[in-house]
Design a protein around this ligand. Structure first.
Ligand code: ATP
Length: 256
């Protein structure tokens, strides 16, 4: 089965076409990186795939069901880009993570929710923050709490929008290990990345957007190696240049 089947997805925001006819099929268990310059439409595409913004055209199926009530949402985890984890509510980290176990008609968390939430915080290296209020945390700490909130659902499909921005390298690496074990358990992962960086060993496929269209879909771009002594491996999407063209030219530089 495919975790995502999207066909000719179109989104218009503020009168502008932002996603301009994207086809995307993601087989179960695949780890897909969504890359592209700032403003190329990555966040808008995933928001459309998850039904957060309305489609101006096209169709989406998630976990075998058409977008809407039939989708088993409790099996979908989503970590939006940079959002205050508590949404202004004076909740502790543990409470925010437990809220990840609530869905639809389930208003009371399951019996083992605290143990599961604590384990998710531990996996993200923020076990010691469990009783701290999220509004009092740094952006990176809040981000980790949000990731824990998505992980605690043990999702079949996990969608992450630049999950590691503002997170230091050792924590990024431990997060990549958490994702590896999820992948081994068969979870499908779609992750928007600014740089492939520490995710490189995990990525099966890279889709690059430019001006709301797919301009690359295949293996992650190979490292070119001209910065051979940089000591690490990352992908820089350049700023989305010029007017839209249909050409397949990639504005992607991979340095090593
Ligand atoms: N609510 C909105 N109304 C109007 N335009 C919007 C809205 N949200 C996003 N846009 C525009 O849509 C375009 C794509 O934005 P989007 O956030 O999807 O890009 P992105 O590739 O995720 O960028 P980034 O890497 O900076 O997060 C941008 O030009 C943005 O200004």
């Amino acid at each position: 089965m495919n975790a995502i089947e999207a066909s000719d997805v179109r989104v218009t925001l503020g009168g502008q076409p932002i996603v301009r006819g994207v086809d995307l099929t993601v087989p179960t268990g695949q780890v897909l990186a969504l890359l592209g310059a700032n403003g190329s439409g990555k966040s808008t595409l995933v928001r459309a795939l998850l039904g957060v913004v309305p489609l101006a055209g096209g169709t989406v199926r998630l976990l075998g069901e058409p977008l809407g009530r039939a989708v088993p949402w409790r099996r979908v985890g989503y970590v939006p880009q940079r959002m205050a984890a508590g949404g202004g509510v004076p909740a502790t980290a543990l409470e925010v993570v437990v809220s990840g176990l609530l869905h639809g008609r389930r208003l009371r968390p399951p019996r083992d929710s605290h143990a599961r939430a604590a384990a998710a915080l531990e996996a993200l290296g923020v076990a010691d923050l469990r009783d701290r209020r999220v509004q009092e945390m740094s952006g990176g700490q809040q981000q980790r709490v949000l990731i824990a909130r998505a992980l605690v659902r043990e999702p079949a499909l996990l969608v992450l929008d630049e999950p590691t921005s503002g997170i230091d390298l050792p924590t990024q690496e431990s997060f990549v290990r958490v994702l590896s074990s999820l992948r081994d358990a068969g979870t499908t992962v779609v992750v928007i990345l600014h740089e492939i960086g520490s995710f490189a060993p995990l990525i099966d496929r890279a889709v690059v957007l430019r001006h709301g269209r797919v301009v690359h879909d295949g293996p992650p771009p190979p490292a070119r190696g001209e910065h051979g002594d940089a000591g690490h491996d990352h992908t820089h999407p350049h700023a989305d240049p010029g007017p839209p063209t249909d050409g397949p030219d990639l504005t992607l530089e991979v340095t090593r």
